[in-house]
Design a protein around this ligand. Structure first.
Ligand code: FES
Length: 167
């Protein structure tokens, strides 16, 4: 077992210690695990099944039922494109399509270099700015496909510059 996995399980152990081990805590525990790891690693889910009253079946049932849970790590930049009603009406579909083409990934996927993950989400709470996307914690509103592309180009340029400076 690698050190990384041991460290990961340590975080899970702390979450279980804090919350308890009852079946009724499944959603809360999964939410905290995802917040701690950024996603739900299989090894961690197995650990939870082995150390709580929550069965493996319940864990996977809940984790696959709710959209908020993910089983793979997210990229460095998580792009969330809002597909709530206002954003949908104002062109969210075109924004997602543009990003898919630009990054050569599909909705829900991460680029091979691990830099970007694209995700469609429900209302982000700033409908007056629709269509909206967030990259990390930064909100970009009143988007057009061209603007979305321009913003992503800037991220790519910044990444290239950072890499050059680091080498
Ligand atoms: S519908 Fe997109 S922010 Fe509300």
């Amino acid at each position: 077992m690698t050190e990384t996995v041991q460290m990961d399980l340590g975080k899970a152990e702390a979450i279980l210690r804090r919350n308890g081990k009852g079946r009724d805590l499944c959603v809360k525990i999964l939410q905290e695990l995802q917040a701690a790891y950024g996603y739900l690693p299989m090894a961690v889910l197995e650990y939870v099944a082995a150390h709580t009253e929550i069965s493996r079946r319940q864990i996977y049932g809940v984790a696959t039922f709710y959209d908020q849970f993910r089983f793979t790590p997210v990229g460095k930049h998580l792009i969330r494109v809002c597909h709530g009603t206002a954003c949908h009406v104002n062109g969210a579909e075109g924004i997602t399509e543009t990003i898919e083409q630009f990054l050569k990934i599909k909705d829900g996927e991460t680029t091979k270099d691990g830099l970007f993950t694209l995700e469609s989400v429900a209302c982000l709470g700033c409908c007056s700015l629709s269509p909206v996307m967030m990259i990390g914690e930064t909100v970009y509103g009143r988007l057009t496909p061209d603007e979305a592309r321009k913003i992503l180009k800037q991220y790519k340029v910044r990444e290239k510059t950072d890499r050059k400076e680091a080498s």
